[in-house]
Write a protein that binds this ligand. Structure first.
Ligand code: G6D
Length: 348
């Protein structure tokens, strides 16, 4: 295994670096310290052709100016929060709205736009890039100085392990996610409409017109949201189910997972033969079928279009702070927040 660090660009008079880890089978994971952004993942198809399976760019400017969060870490709190305010121990905190009057993905200038510190840890069978950041008390409206780390580890079993850890010197909120858009066809040669998704989830959260959970849980049985036996993403995109329509044609929904670390999420592209198994310790996953991806730019020479990638954002459910029946995202003073998600790439 080996890792290379190289210059990627400059912003605010600071240098941004790129890191590429390559394992003994030729799989590569590339990320940059700007937003801990995963920019490329090279894996083979069934005839051994290595191609990239995540949407990403080759220049810093494209990341700075892109609102789709390609590959970035999302925090302090992933998802939408509305109303953009919350109370902790009798103190009210206001969050900056950045999507109408919603607070989305930690607000403006949050984790995805920070240049993180980095260290490389190398073992014979695993290489890690450990990013760290000290988020000041009050950053983006959140209380408590927060020490947070994001670690990307690649091993020789073609597994990318993403772990988060955080502690704050005041009670706060924390719910971190990665926003990679997967496309197993390779180099974006096809959309993800014919990717088959299998997911161990009996229920998803109903969304309202602002894409916020209403508080209702919907059973997936006999709907386009039932991925328990596998289903092509196309079904939801072409469905007239009100929830598929509401999000612009497809999915943008939190699914509550029935199980953790039991191959609970599986994505397959039958044409390339690539398969991705996702295992996590998180209670839910936001399935986003890139319904809002604009078509006015190119992605490494490929015209952007709706459904060119699919996000599997393992996390706590969005807006949990305003739904007491959802798992809590409150982090007590000096409590250790931990999150682990494993992305295993293989062939069918
Ligand atoms: C859209 O609603 C979706 C979000 O889920 C996604 O994270 C974002 O685009 C990039 O706002």
């Amino acid at each position: 295994m080996n890792v290379t660090k190289s210059y990627f660009g400059e912003i605010h008079e600071q240098t941004v670096h790129s890191f590429t880890i390559r394992n003994n089978h030729g799989m590569e994971v590339t990320c940059i310290d700007f937003g801990c952004t995963i920019t490329k993942i090279l894996v083979p198809d069934q005839v051994g052709t290595f191609e990239n399976v995540v949407l990403g760019f080759d220049t810093l400017d494209e990341y700075v100016n892109n609102s789709s969060y390609f590959g970035s870490v999302i925090g302090r709190v992933a998802g939408r929060i509305h109303p953009p305010t919350f109370d902790l121990d009798g103190v009210t905190y206001d969050l900056p709205p950045n999507e109408g009057d919603n607070h989305l993905h930690g607000g403006p200038n949050s984790f995805h736009q920070v240049i993180w510190d980095s260290i490389i840890e190398e073992d014979s069978d695993e290489i890690k890039i450990k990013f760290s950041h000290l988020s000041p008390d009050g950053a983006c409206g959140y209380p408590g100085e927060l020490k947070v780390t994001v670690t990307y580890s690649l091993n020789n079993k073609n597994e990318l392990l993403i772990t988060y850890q955080g502690t704050a010197e005041k009670k706060t909120l924390l719910n971190i996610a990665n926003h990679s858009y997967f496309n197993l066809s390779g180099d974006g040669k096809r959309t993800i409409l014919d990717h088959e998704l299998t997911m161990k989830s009996d229920r998803f959260l109903e969304l309202d017109a602002s894409l916020l959970p209403t508080g209702a849980y919907i059973d997936v049985e006999n709907t386009t949201f039932d991925f328990r036996d596998g289903k092509k993403i196309r079904e939801g995109v072409q469905s007239n189910h009100i929830q598929n329509q509401l999000v612009g044609g497809g999915y943008d929904h939190p699914f509550l997972l029935n199980a953790n670390n039991q191959e609970e999420i599986c994505l397959v592209d039958s044409i390339s033969g690539r398969k991705l198994i996702v295992e996590t310790d998180q209670p839910s996953v936001v399935l986003y079928s890139a319904n809002m991806l604009e078509s006015n730019f190119q992605i490494r020479g490929v015209p952007s279009q709706k459904h060119l990638g699919v996000c599997l954002e393992t996390q706590y459910p969005p807006n949990a702070i305003h739904h007491q029946d959802l798992p809590s995202i409150v982090l007590d003073k000096n409590e250790v927040y931990q999150s682990r998600t494993r992305f295993k790439f293989l062939l069918v």
